[in-house]
Design a protein. Structure first.
Length: 458
């Protein structure tokens, strides 16, 4: 995980880190987009997946995509509509070859499938059939119902007035979502993982995700769809971070412990007039390098490519350099998908004195908890961090270390979710302070014995 430079500041920051109360490396605040990727590809924290052109047809094209990529991917994405039962035979093929299934489920685009028709039990027969099919599958099945529901182009967009053809109000959407999830669970389809999947769009006219959030008890994965459409018409070339930052921050604030999946993504091919003009100033390979760099330190645990020539040439292979780069990413990407964001922290504190006898104290505290924490003193926030590491160098005396200890203890009382971890950190720091004092006292005694003037610490 990327560590914010501001954490490397004072010993007080170290005490706060032990409690998880400073801004962590794995934060809900989206990182800035980076234009230049490192020379070597580090193993990513996210698995890769794809929707390959033709997947929803007679046969899966995912194997062909993997051959082209030169490495396997983890997630097999597909689209299914109203009335379909799945996983079907095509999806079972990719499941049998070790892929996790991700299904965008279109729950209708007419007045017959408005949100209130679900809570009104109009579709229980169909839901029961699909729940039985999903339960019989047995393996984890990731479903994103009403995908991209926040978009103003969607027939089922929730709006304040409920005026979309297949939509309804915010409250009706939440009720329908909860109804479908509860229906599946009570009918034995507990293997289904529910993906709440808006787009990255946040312009006026889209639905705020905070208004339609069904609650963490009804969601297993936070999903996002977002594309770089290139420059042309109303669009301009945008880096991955520029596209995803705002909505990512809003989603992760709603459910800090849930993993995030990029369910659909891709970039215009700048060497082609593929719906947007040729753009010699940009590169698809560079766009993907920017993506991987931006994702480091986030909650994103899966990235699914929309590998299709459609509105734009979204295919990775349109740029051989992009294909080569993502092949190297796929080679080291994880093949497993976590159900939550892991949470551990390693805190390193160094208190350095400028006295005649220099004392270096290293305190390591292992913290492993998930939940809510505070980003500032007494200010509630909702986020979780996976890993943080900070080295604090302070030309300070024992007094500064004692102040740090006191604040650590105070924070331990203030934040119940971190009490155990803070207590361990406080005890470790207390031991370190005691040792430091002993070293200072011994040095002072040695000076007195040698009739050497005592130099002040500070």
């Amino acid at each position: 995980m990327r560590l914010p430079a501001r954490l490397i500041a004072t010993a007080v920051c170290a005490a706060s880190l032990a409690l998880g109360v400073t801004e962590p490396a794995l934060a809900t605040t989206a990182p800035a987009s980076t234009a230049v990727a490192p020379a070597t590809v580090r193993p990513p924290a996210f698995a890769l997946g794809a929707y390959a052109d033709g997947f929803s047809g007679a046969g899966s094209q995912l194997a062909q995509f993997e051959t082209q990529l030169g490495n396997p991917v983890t997630v097999a994405s597909s689209f299914r509509g109203w009335g379909d039962l799945f996983p079907d035979a095509t999806q079972q093929v990719d499941s049998a070859s070790g892929h996790t299934l991700l299904v965008a489920w279109d729950l209708g685009a007419t007045a017959d499938t408005r949100f209130r028709t679900f809570t009104g039990h109009a579709h229980d027969d169909y839901l029961a059939q699909e729940a039985a099919t999903a339960a019989a599958y047995g393996k984890p099945l990731y479903i994103r119902p009403w995908a991209e529901m926040n978009g103003d182009w969607s027939a089922f967009q929730p709006t304040p007035a409920g005026d979309r053809p297949a939509g309804g109000t915010y409250a009706e959407f939440v009720a329908a979502w909860r109804y479908v999830v509860t229906f599946f669970r009570t009918h034995g389809a507990t293997n289904v993982r529910w993906v709440f999947n808006p787009t990255t769009d946040t312009y006026a006219g889209t639905t705020p995700v905070t208004s339609i959030w069904p609650g963490a008890g009804y969601v297993d994965v936070l999903g996002l769809d977002g594309y770089n459409w290139g420059t042309g018409g109303v669009f301009t070339w945008r880096g991955f971070g520029n596209i995803y930052a705002t909505q990512y921050a809003r989603l992760t604030a709603l459910a800090p412990t849930l993993p995030v999946w990029v369910c659909e993504t891709g970039s215009k091919e700048p060497t082609e007039a593929d719906g947007a003009p040729i753009d010699p100033a940009h590169s698809k390979a560079a766009w993907y390098r920017d993506m991987v760099g931006w994702l480091a330190g986030t909650h994103v645990r899966a990235v699914v490519m929309f590998d299709v020539r459609k509105e734009r040439d979204w295919r990775i292979a349109s740029d051989p350099a992009a294909l080569t780069y993502l092949s190297s990413v796929a080679a080291t990407a994880p093949r497993t998908l976590p159900s939550s964001v892991a949470s551990t922290a390693t805190v390193t504190v160094k208190v350095v004195s400028t006295a005649t006898v220099t004392s270096r104290i290293a305190v390591r505290a292992r913290v492993g908890y998930a939940g809510h924490y505070a980003t500032r003193w007494g200010q509630a926030s909702a986020s979780v961090f996976r890993r943080a590491s900070a080295t604090v160098t302070s030309q300070a005396s024992t007094t500064a270390a004692a102040t740090t200890l006191a604040r650590t203890r105070a924070l331990a009382l203030a934040h119940a979710s971190a009490r155990t971890a803070a207590a361990k950190a406080a005890r470790a720091l207390a031991l370190a302070v005691a040792r430091h004092r002993a070293q200072v006292n011994a040095a002072a005694a040695a000076r007195r014995a040698a009739r050497t003037p005592v130099r002040s610490f500070g």
